[in-house]
Ligand binder design. Structure first.
Ligand SMILES: [Zn+2]
Length: 365
């Protein structure tokens, strides 16, 4: 099951709208147990991990044990394909060890039940907490119609994410920057506020050898539609999807210009503070199949995500250098208060990456 979960983790960010499901087939007959097939959900969500593992095992799947990171599916979607339960039975798999039931109401225990009815020995709940954590985005999307959100912010030793007046500055060391790119590859979407986009003109892609194709959808929160065609995000939007979320009352002309350039523009209402309704924005992303969102800023968006209970994880990296002036506060007071409240948020781990100190906080419950 550890191997199946490792396959899942590696595929996160590439399988949406589906969960990332690793599957490992093991045969124990005639000596030491050996892996005869393994696989994981393929890019775009199909084929599923079980189908990949069974295909790799061929005739050796008969009599084998299938370890799978999520309950095998029991129905065919409109996109077709034989359900994994049916594949598993046809292949002659004798035993299924499953980490956790799929909350998808069309499965929800039916996959396990059908296997049992057909005479397959089924064990469930193996490394269940780990499996729930790995596919947290899928669980949240199915149960609440929202993606899981990780907020990441980099700050100087004296606590600033930007220079005076929001001036751009390099904070993270090269190792920390590489780490951020690796993270991006494992999310479905990367989300940023328009102020950061206008200040930095970022690409928001994965720029690591071999992982370039893993760039997530780029989502920009842009209440009044200030995005313009001179930005790198717009220049590259025909290669890597770029979605802009604006307020319902944002002007129509910039939308036309952006859409002509290949950007997708969506609209949501405004929240009580006059900014975009973040819950509605995230629900919109979930309705498009997004399960995992990596928010890289800015500080105001991060604070709002946490205060509204929409963020599940907050990552703060601190560089050893000081700004030495009054800049943009990275961890705003509302977020700082939440992170300090150990009944609501916990420090899950702390780690040094290159010269920067990383702290990983997780929401409790
Ligand atoms: Zn399946």
């Amino acid at each position: 099951m550890e191997a199946a979960l490792a396959l899942s983790r590696e595929a996160l960010g590439s399988t949406w709208p589906n969960p990332a499901v690793g599957a490992v087939l093991v045969r124990a007959s005639g000596g030491a147990p050996r892996i005869v097939g393994q696989g994981v959900t393929q890019p775009g969500g199909r084929p599923h991990g079980e189908a990949m593992a069974i295909a790799e095992a061929g005739d050796e799947a008969a009599g084998a044990t299938l370890y799978v990171a999520l309950e095998p599916c029991s129905y065919s979607s409109l996109r077709g394909g034989i359900p994994c339960v049916e594949r598993t039975l046809k292949a002659g798999v004798r035993r299924v060890v499953s980490a956790i039931a799929d909350p998808n109401p069309r499965i929800a225990g039916l996959g396990h039940a059908l296997l049992r009815t057909a005479g397959v020995k089924v064990t469930t709940g193996v490394l269940e907490a780990d499996a729930a954590r790995v596919n947290r985005g899928h669980f949240r999307r199915v149960r609440e119609g929202l993606p899981t959100v990780t907020f990441k912010v980099a700050r100087t030793a004296d606590g600033y994410a930007g220079g005076p007046g929001g001036a751009r500055m390099a904070i993270s060391c090269p190792d920390a920057t590489t780490w951020v790119h690796q993270q991006r590859a494992h999310f479905d979407a990367i989300m940023l506020g328009i102020d950061s986009v206008l200040a930095d003109d970022p690409l928001l892609t994965v720029r690591l050898p071999g992982l370039e194709h893993r760039s997530p959808v780029r989502v920009i929160l842009d209440t009044r539609l200030r995005m313009h065609t001179g930005l790198k995000l717009v220049e590259t939007c025909r290669t890597i999807p770029t979605w802009v979320i604006a307020a319902e009352d944002a002007p129509i002309q910039p939308e036309k210009t952006l859409v002509d350039a290949g950007v997708e523009v969506m609209r949501v209402g405004r929240g009580a503070d006059g900014h975009l309704d973040l819950r509605e924005a995230l629900a919109l992303l979930a309705s498009r199949g997004i399960t995992r969102v990596f928010s890289e800023g800015g500080p105001t968006v991060g604070e709002q995500l946490a205060l509204l209970g929409l963020a599940d994880e907050v990552i703060v990296s601190t560089s050893p250098t000081r700004l030495g002036a009054e800049g943009v506060t990275a961890v705003r007071p509302g977020l700082a208060a939440l992170l300090a409240d150990d009944s609501r948020w916990q420090l899950a781990r702390a780690e040094q990456i290159g010269g920067d100190a990383f702290r990983f906080y997780e929401r409790i419950g």
